[in-house]
Design a protein. Structure first.
Length: 422
């Protein structure tokens, strides 16, 4: 599902079909002995797996599923996924392809996704979400974990939410039980999503498949009158929602929730708060320094980071802090830049940044690149190369859109499979 051009991939695909068609006709002897025939067929399947695991991308492997039922069944097994991952562990995908997807809504275009990436795999039809049951433009992305997305449909005024988990790379999906949260809560806050890995790799690249991986989908609400954080958690094993209520003395609107070491974390204003959805506990607090500007919490290569955007009046300061010690709450400054020193002269970027009527907000990050929103314009700030450039534009007029959420999505060595819906 990645990088090679379509033409070389098609040539390799046609060569494989031709090659194995000839081998099948030539090398399998006709014999009345079922034992002899079974031996030859098994030997051929082993050879096919040896060849298929050397395909350049998962997209090539998935194309081979279309040749015949036998190939489809073989490539769909956890055994083949394990062989493919183990073979490609050291040779490819040293850095997983990733992107930032922006979930927007406006009066003219409705709900949509803007994908910020140059990789064609993130522009596929799977990101249009047309394969989900809801086709009236009411589906929104609510949370992302690796290559899986949680999509939701809110029945306004009825206090109900419908959820789907889907993989945009394979277009597999499953529905979750509806959540009836009641109309006494004004509006849902944020959704969290944490999932056990589908596969594990050791230091030598040996792969172990976790077919029965567990996940948790969590819906957060805040009842300001009672200072209560109301948490609904959906368990993959029981397919039921469980309600938990926590008294909170400090609360800040949840801009984003991230998964970190099996927990869901968010920045509350003074602390990073952690919720353990597998044990239904709100127990861990990481002390933070005082942040005066816009902030967003992220995870990059297993490290918890906090982005801070401060309005200096004539410019903006963008800083990234990383967590050094989880238990002690120690942070270190990883990088800091002044946006105005990065603006190309006589450019569209300069016009956007210099417009005093446009408010700058943090969207999220993808590795070293931090994305900033200026109304409908999205700029990318490369913290390593110190480059600031145009990344994309949200459809619609500036006064007719409402930006909702941005999520980091990545493609692992093998897409996470999802069970078919009931």
């Amino acid at each position: 599902m990645a990088g090679d051009s379509e033409k070389p991939s098609r040539i390799r695909y046609q060569f494989l079909v031709s090659c194995f068609s000839k081998r099948t006709q030539r090398d399998i002897p006709s014999s009345s002995s079922s034992e002899s025939s079974n031996f030859c067929l098994n030997d051929l399947q082993d050879l096919l797996i040896e060849v298929f695991q050397r395909l350049p991308t998962t997209k090539s492997a998935f194309l081979c599923k279309c040749v015949c039922k036998n190939w489809y069944s073989m490539i769909s097994t956890p055994y083949f996924a394990c062989r493919f991952i183990t073979h490609n562990f050291n040779s490819r995908y040293k850095q997983k392809p990733s992107a930032l997807i922006v979930n927007y809504i406006n009066d003219r275009n409705g709900i949509g996704l803007l994908t910020l990436s140059d990789e064609p795999m993130f522009k596929s039809e799977g990101f249009e979400l047309n394969y989900l049951p809801e086709r009236n433009g009411s589906v929104r992305v609510s949370a992302v974990f690796n290559d899986l997305m949680v999509c939701s449909v809110d029945e306004f005024g009825y206090g109900k939410l419908r959820f789907y988990i889907c993989n945009p790379f394979t277009m597999q999906w499953v529905s979750l039980p509806s959540l009836d949260y009641g109309i006494d809560i004004v509006y849902p806050s944020r959704v969290g999503f944490v999932c056990e890995p589908y596969y594990f790799e050791d230091s030598r690249g040996k792969c172990t498949i976790n077919c029965r991986y567990r996940f948790r989908v969590v819906q957060f609400f805040y009842k300001q009158t009672d200072r209560q954080l109301i948490v609904w958690t959906c368990c993959s094993e029981t397919q039921t929602w469980c309600k938990s209520v926590f008294e909170v003395l400090e609360y800040r609107w949840l801009k984003n929730v991230v998964a970190y070491n099996g927990k869901l974390l968010w920045y509350s204003g003074k602390h990073v708060v952690a919720y353990d959805p597998f044990n239904l506990e709100l127990s861990t607090f990481i002390d933070c320094f005082h942040i005066t500007g816009d902030s967003r919490i992220t995870v990059f290569r297993g490290v918890l980071r906090l982005m801070e955007l401060v309005d200096l009046g004539t410019s903006w300061s963008l800083a990234i802090w990383k967590l050094k010690d989880y238990n002690k709450g120690e942070w270190s400054l990883e990088n800091q830049v002044d946006l105005h020193t990065m603006i190309p002269e006589s450019s569209l970027v300069q016009e956007i940044v210099d417009d005093v009527y446009q408010v700058c907000e943090l969207l999220g990050c993808d590795g070293d690149i931090v994305y900033l929103q200026f109304e409908t314009s999205v700029l990318s700030c490369n913290m390593r190369t110190k480059e600031l450039k145009m990344a994309g534009k949200i459809p619609g007029e500036s006064y007719f859109y409402c930006l909702e959420k941005a999520f980091h999505i990545e493609l692992p060595l093998w897409p996470t499979p999802i069970a078919s819906p009931n």
